[in-house]
Design a protein around this ligand. Structure first.
Ligand SMILES: [Fe+2]
Ligand SMILES: [Fe+2]
Length: 266
């Protein structure tokens, strides 16, 4: 994928609901640390011969390629954000430290983390699909980045779970690692959000916090049932119904130019 990032990108790229862009930017800061971690763990599973099924090997390789593309694009956005909000470099360093610590854990924990992380990414796609109206005034490039990324999260929703299962992983470790993933993602996002709210002089805005708390609660309402169900014996990510609106991005990918049409209000 190629995105043309303007040097003068407006970091608050949803002007009618500034907190949405700020929260999404905060998630973006985590991606060049979280995604390389799940890539490294999946690559380790391939290298250690934990996956015997050739189809799954192929899917896992495609998954690695997608994730590498995602965090490469988020890095470009994050560099623009850090140039605009220098204090955001602290959140970036904190994420690097946390994922550096996680790398010292076993491959099996890493695979459980990847599977849990992917479940959370799937519910993020479902949440955004239901709240696409919030993006109605979004700047095209960052909006397209997030929707394209989430569409691919839906597309590969089962791969990390299958890799984890093929490595002999159980549900308890999955549930534990998913909880760690949820904590890391939520605390990391909060740190980045506070940093950008302060820079935008919105840290003490009741409107900003009422929106952020409302979205967080609605996200938990979407995420928690899926997270619990996904940890139950017999459940597989294929049983999760895909959000319909995001398929558009995969259908319109142009392999010649590696681009998708820029986002526009349907
Ligand atoms: Fe991703
Ligand atoms: Fe993913």
């Amino acid at each position: 994928m190629r995105f043309e990032w303007p040097d003068d990108l407006e970091p608050v790229w949803t002007p009618k609901v500034p907190e949405l862009a700020i929260a999404a930017n905060a998630v973006s800061v985590l991606m060049p640390h979280a995604e390389p971690y799940v890539v490294a763990c999946t690559k380790a599973a391939l290298d250690e011969g934990l996956i015997e099924d050739p189809d799954l090997t192929q899917d896992a390789t495609a998954y690695l390629t997608q994730e590498a593309q995602h965090h490469g694009q988020h890095r470009k956005l994050n560099d623009l954000l850090i140039a605009r909000y220098p204090h955001l470099a602290r959140a970036d360093r904190a994420a690097a430290w946390v994922f550096g610590r996680l790398r010292s854990r076993s491959t099996r924990f890493g695979l459980a983390f990847a599977a849990g992380f992917e479940t959370i990414a799937f519910v993020a796609a479902r949440w955004v699909d239901r709240h696409q109206r919030l993006l109605r005034d979004g700047e095209p490039v960052p909006t397209t980045l997030f929707l394209w990324h989430l569409a691919e999260e839906v597309e590969h929703k089962r791969v990390a779970f299958d890799v984890y299962q093929a490595s002999g992983g159980g549900r308890l470790r999955y549930a534990w690692a998913m909880t760690i993933a949820a904590l890391v993602l939520s605390l990391g996002s909060l740190l980045g959000t506070i940093t950008m709210l302060r820079a935008e002089r919105r840290l003490f805005s009741p409107v900003a916090w009422s929106r952020l708390v409302g979205w967080s609660l609605s996200f938990i309402f979407v995420a928690l049932p899926v997270m619990v169900i996904s940890a139950l014996p017999g459940h597989h990510p294929d049983q999760l119904v895909d959000p319909a609106g995001l398929q558009h991005w995969l259908d319109h990918l142009d392999p010649e130019t590696s681009t998708v049409p820029e986002w526009a209000l349907p």
